[in-house]
Design a protein around this ligand. Structure first.
Ligand SMILES: Cc1ncc(COP(=O)(O)O)c(C=O)c1O
Length: 384
């Protein structure tokens, strides 16, 4: 299905719903391109199956579908050539909840937790809110292509006792899909300095055509130091269901998390909220391929029209583009400038790291018509 056909079939007008992304549209004619969810609904079979469940009316205690794990494992094996075992999989109420669980289970108050900035703000927030300490290693920006600073990371590992590295792979907001060599270098350092890795991989289904996503647990050699956070929530826009997986191959680590979940009453799983993940993994492969093409085309349009004037990330994965307004920014925050002058709502760069106030994060998981509208209003105001 091409971009036009996909949009015709799946684009939803969310202006009058309770969508968080569209709340500003009740106040005016804004174009919301911020928060990470999509303007597309899932394959029709998903809604059909969920409707059947709702209409049947049995809302008593329920198990998850018998083949839930099989479907989950098959999706990740087929798409990313990684083999997860059923026993390794634990559940959480969303990816941020998974971060909290990992921090509480595997670190103590005041422990140092490393992140690579700029980064999706809840990484920092969860570390701070759990009483741990943020140790930031800034990424290196080479004309919109961001890389990890291995020298800085090693220096920090060597001189400070870092407990956990909270990795974001693919990276939000810089859109990187890390290469095998980058991940190996990173995991080798973590192993050498006894740092546990928690890899948030919720953007891993949206990968641009020339890229290959490598799950952290594809590296068997590092299984004993890696925990991964995996969900279908970004892939199919299922945020409302709060359903996520924490995957831990190492038995000792896994038992520690199980103990944490038991004593904190986090053991039970919402059997309804797992269904959208299950049905999308079951029926959504073609939809996912088509969606990837839509995001890629949207990105190409945005890039082709604006890259001569603005620095922006080379999108490798996710539908989130990081854009530098630079000298065009006429406010102390580029996001404010875009909102005021172009009526486009984006995430402010400074929320990902304070030095990025000239930058914004733009969500491209919408219709090409919306992307064109955004490009036109940016051109009209800043390049007039
Ligand atoms: C990297 C990353 N992790 C976690 C989340 C939040 O996930 P959840 O809503 O499941 O907590 C997001 C949302 O944008 C994200 O981009």
């Amino acid at each position: 299905m091409n971009n036009i056909q996909f949009t015709k079939k799946y684009y939803i007008n969310r202006k009058k719903t309770n969508s968080v992304k569209y709340q500003m549209c009740k106040k005016g004619d804004y174009l919301p391109m911020w928060i990470a969810d999509m303007d597309f609904k899932c394959d029709e079979r998903v809604a059909r199956e969920l409707s059947k469940y709702i209409e049947f009316g049995d809302y008593g205690y329920a198990n998850i579908p018998e083949d839930y794990y099989k479907v989950f494992i098959n999706w990740h094996k087929t798409r990313n050539n990684v083999t997860y075992k059923q026993d390794w999989i634990r559940f959480s109420y969303g990816a941020v909840d998974a971060m909290y669980q990992v921090l509480y289970t595997f670190s103590k108050p005041n422990d140092l937790i490393m992140i690579n900035t700029p980064l999706y703000p809840p990484f920092k927030a969860t570390i701070e809110q759990t009483g741990r300490k943020v140790l930031s290693s800034k990424m290196i920006n080479n004309n919109g292509y961001f890389t990890l600073d291995f020298n800085d990371i090693e220096r920090k590992f060597k001189t400070k006792k870092v407990k956990i590295l909270m990795l974001c792979s693919p990276h939000n907001p810089v859109g990187r899909v890390y290469k095998k060599g980058e991940l190996e270098t990173l995991f080798e350092l973590c192993k050498k300095y006894n740092v546990l890795v928690c890899s948030d991989e919720v953007h891993s289904d949206i990968i641009m055509p020339d890229q290959t996503f490598i799950p952290s647990l594809a590296f068997k050699k590092y299984h004993d130091i890696i925990i991964s956070i995996v969900a279908a929530s970004k892939s199919f826009s299922l945020a409302v269901f709060n359903h996520c997986h924490i995957i831990i191959p190492n038995e000792k680590l896994r038992n520690k998390l199980i103990k944490y979940q038991q004593i904190n009453h986090r053991y039970s799983l919402n059997a309804f909220c797992c269904l959208p993940t299950y049905y999308n993994y079951k029926y959504g492969a073609q939809w996912m391929d088509d969606l990837n093409n839509v995001v890629y085309e949207n990105y190409q349009y945005f890039y082709d029209n604006l890259h001569q004037h603005f620095e922006m990330t080379n999108l490798e994965g996710s539908y989130l583009l990081f854009l530098n307004l630079g000298k065009y920014n006429d406010e102390n925050s580029a996001a404010k400038s875009l909102e005021k002058n172009c009526k486009i709502i984006v995430n402010p760069g400074e929320s990902f790291d304070s030095q990025y106030n000239n930058w914004v994060r733009i969500n491209l998981a919408t219709s090409l018509a919306n992307v064109k509208k955004a490009v036109n209003s940016i051109k009209k105001y800043y390049l007039k």
